[in-house]
Design a protein around this ligand. Structure first.
Ligand code: CUA
Length: 329
């Protein structure tokens, strides 16, 4: 008894997690999870009935003496069971169609009035994320980290800059492709605060697996405070960070933007509040000063094929840049 109980506990423990469809934390994921449960239920019942019928036939054949050709009964009994089987199939399919229709209504993007608008654009291999600033109406740009208010609907417009990617936060909603030249729209209504994980789910090149992003679901007040902080320009650096800012302007600003400075590059992620993020290089490594320094010196070692070139700097300059970036909170 103890071993099956332990096995059930272990298997259920594996269902929880920041990236699990079996642990829904949002309306859309809950609708899909319920539909999944309904399908398992209907298919399980059909499976049990078929096995029971098969067992009954086998048992009867086993008990009965071997039949001669003349003893084989006619198939009138089969004729009688056909309408029952047909009715069961129609009933099962009807239940699944109704369940699928109800789930679709929850996923339908016209159902909710969104409180937040977000644009997410897939790049090889990172995510450009832009929020509409409710105060100024302008776009606020960040990367690789999506923040959402709990209990409100965020409407996410999805696009791609190079090849097809796919946006999926399994614990909050279903997946949707990101296609160059068009925008697809998905609604996210999270119900539980905490950190979740999103992942690109369309093979998009060598570092497809390292194209992830963090999702933070916060209280509505916490989310708005975060958005207001993201809307501000980068803090003015002093001391060693000031030296780092000069080096950055000469070596990195062609590709990266930092609002409030001359750096306005668009090829790579916006770094205005880089150090406020949880990870670097699209979920490849945790945000630490050491990982930042390693990423700048050897990006191809951390993520082979990335568009980020190795930046050759004197050790003192590399240290100053890391100090500068680690201060961009
Ligand atoms: Cu982007 Cu896979």
């Amino acid at each position: 008894m103890r071993i099956p109980a332990l096995a059930v506990c272990l298997s259920l423990a594996a269902c929880a997690g920041a990236q699990s469809v079996l642990d829904p934390g949002g309306d859309q994921a809950q609708a899909l999870f319920s539909l999944f449960g309904l399908m398992i239920g209907v298919c399980g019942i059909v499976y049990a009935i078929v096995l029971a019928g098969l067992g009954r036939v086998l048992l009867r054949a086993w008990k009965r003496p071997v039949a001669m050709a003349d003893d084989i009964p006619d198939d009138r009994r089969l004729d009688r069971s056909l309408p029952v089987a047909a009715a069961a199939i129609v009933l099962g399919l009807t239940v699944l169609i109704v369940g699928s229709f109800l789930a679709d209504r929850i996923l339908f993007t016209g159902r909710q009035t969104p409180a937040v608008f977000v644009r997410v654009t897939g790049h090889q291999w990172w995510w450009r994320i832009q929020y509409r600033d409710p105060a100024s109406g302008r776009w606020i740009e960040t990367a690789n980290e999506l923040h959402l208010p709990r209990g409100e609907t965020s409407r996410v417009s999805l696009g791609a800059a190079d090849v097809i990617h796919s946006f999926w936060v399994p614990a909050i909603a279903g997946k949707l492709d990101m296609i160059p030249g068009r925008r697809n729209v998905i609604d996210l209504t999270p119900r539980r605060t905490g950190w979740f994980r999103g992942q690109c789910t369309e093979f998009c090149g060598a570092q497809h697996a390292h194209m992830a992003f963090d999702v933070k679901v916060d209280s509505p007040a916490g989310f708005r405070a975060w958005l207001a902080a993201q809307a501000t320009p980068a803090p003015t650096p002093g001391g060693a960070a000031g030296r780092g800012a000069q080096v950055f302007a000469g070596s990195c600003a062609t590709c990266h933007a930092i609002r409030g400075t001359e750096a306005r590059g668009r090829a790579g992620p916006d770094l205005t509040h880089l150090a406020s993020r949880r990870s670097i290089a699209a979920g490849t490594a945790t945000m630490t000063r050491g990982n930042l320094q390693g990423w700048i010196a050897q990006p191809q070692a951390m993520k082979p094929g990335t568009s980020m070139p190795a930046v050759t700097l004197m050790p003192a300059d590399a240290d100053a840049v890391a100090t500068y970036l680690a201060g961009l909170r």
